[in-house]
Write a protein that binds this ligand. Structure first.
Ligand SMILES: Cc1ncc(COP(=O)(O)O)c(C=O)c1O
Length: 326
């Protein structure tokens, strides 16, 4: 025994170091085969979702370029997860954060952002319902964020058009998947919001091996990426599939779009809990439903490995009293 103070290199310097490097997990109980589903556990990020990665990268790049000064204000429109990620990053780096969000997105996200010191302005629903948000519901929040940035000079993150959003996944999520799988990936599937995750990861994986097939996941009746007319705009995939083709989407990277119903998303969200011990959100359920469909489709070799994303924690969706929603 020594009295010297031990210095441990296992101590993280801040919550920023908790972002990324999430585990890649095999769903061998939920899907015993044929083939294998590997999931990237993005719900383990400190903001509870995949959006911590893009939050960190977009803010760091803006600071490096001088677009965001030390202590400068930040504004963003969000379905909640980007706001939670920015909440983590801005509180550590000392940037006051204001986020705008539709009232259709879960109240837990607003509470989470506020707990991280952010101001959250919620906008009334236009066409959607609580838990089912359309692009028409996002538009007022988008305009609100834009106006605020113009009036105050706050740095507007613009996740929907910011190439650093793609770069975050190209530089971290993609390489992690490639390394953690031992360079064995046959296909990658994921739901699309801004498309930062799909475009960044698919670009990286295809550069490593052009044979890797990449698929988007879209709700049945709302498949603009497949080029279909929208017949059912409302669905449960908060944060994804707004019925428009996102600016950051690169169609050249997509083999096809796999459709899932709300029932399938709920079913696989529940199976992730009961069979794998993972309490996650609806896009995670949708992603795994799509991975199972892909493995059963005959489009891949029988022993194929399919990688997908567990995007966020199920704690963001637990039922809440009506008076809190309003
Ligand atoms: C729960 C959830 N899943 C998926 C996505 C889609 O991610 P991306 O914006 O990178 O396409 C989001 C985006 O906010 C999300 O919140």
């Amino acid at each position: 025994m020594t009295n010297a103070i031990s210095v441990s290199n296992e101590i993280k310097a801040s919550a920023l170091e908790l972002i990324g490097n999430t585990p890649l997990l095999a769903l061998d109980r939920l899907h015993p085969g044929p083939g294998r589903i590997l999931v990237k556990c993005e719900f383990m990020n400190p903001g509870g979702s995949l959006k911590c990665r893009s939050s960190l990268h977009m803010i760091q790049k803006a600071r490096e370029r001088g677009e965001l000064k030390p202590g400068g204000d930040v504004v963003e429109v969000t379905s909640g997860n980007q706001g939670c990620g920015l909440g983590v990053v801005c509180s550590v780096l000392g940037h006051p954060l204001t986020v705008t969000m539709s009232k259709g997105n879960s109240i837990q996200r607003a509470l989470h952002m506020e707990a991280l010191g952010a101001k959250c302005i919620r906008y009334p629903l236009v066409k959607g319902t609580y838990g089912n948000v359309t692009f028409a519901d996002v538009e007022p929040a988008l305009e609100g964020a834009m106006k605020m940035s113009e009036e105050t000079g706050a740095f507007f993150v613009k996740q929907m058009a910011n190439p650093d959003n793609i770069e975050a996944h190209y530089e971290t999520t993609g390489p992690e998947i490639w390394r953690q799988s031992g360079h064995r990936v046959d296909a990658f599937v994921t739901a699309v919001g801004t498309s930062g995750t799909f475009t960044g990861v698919s670009k990286y994986l295809k550069e490593q091996n052009p044979e890797i097939q990449c698929f988007v996941v879209e709700p049945e009746g709302s498949q603009p990426l497949k080029g279909c007319p929208i017949t059912k705009p409302l669905h449960m995939l908060q944060g994804a599939s707004y019925g428009v083709v996102p600016d950051l989407f690169n169609p050249d990277l997509m083999e096809d779009s796999i459709s899932v119903t709300d029932e399938e998303s709920v079913h696989y969200k529940d199976l992730l809990g009961t069979k794998e011990g993972l309490f996650v959100g609806y896009t995670s359920g949708a992603n795994v439903a799509a991975a199972v469909k892909l493995l059963n489709s005959g489009k891949l070799p029988k022993d194929a490995w399919v990688v997908t994303i567990l995007s966020d924690t199920g704690l963001k969706y637990t039922p809440v009293p009506d008076n809190l929603i309003e």
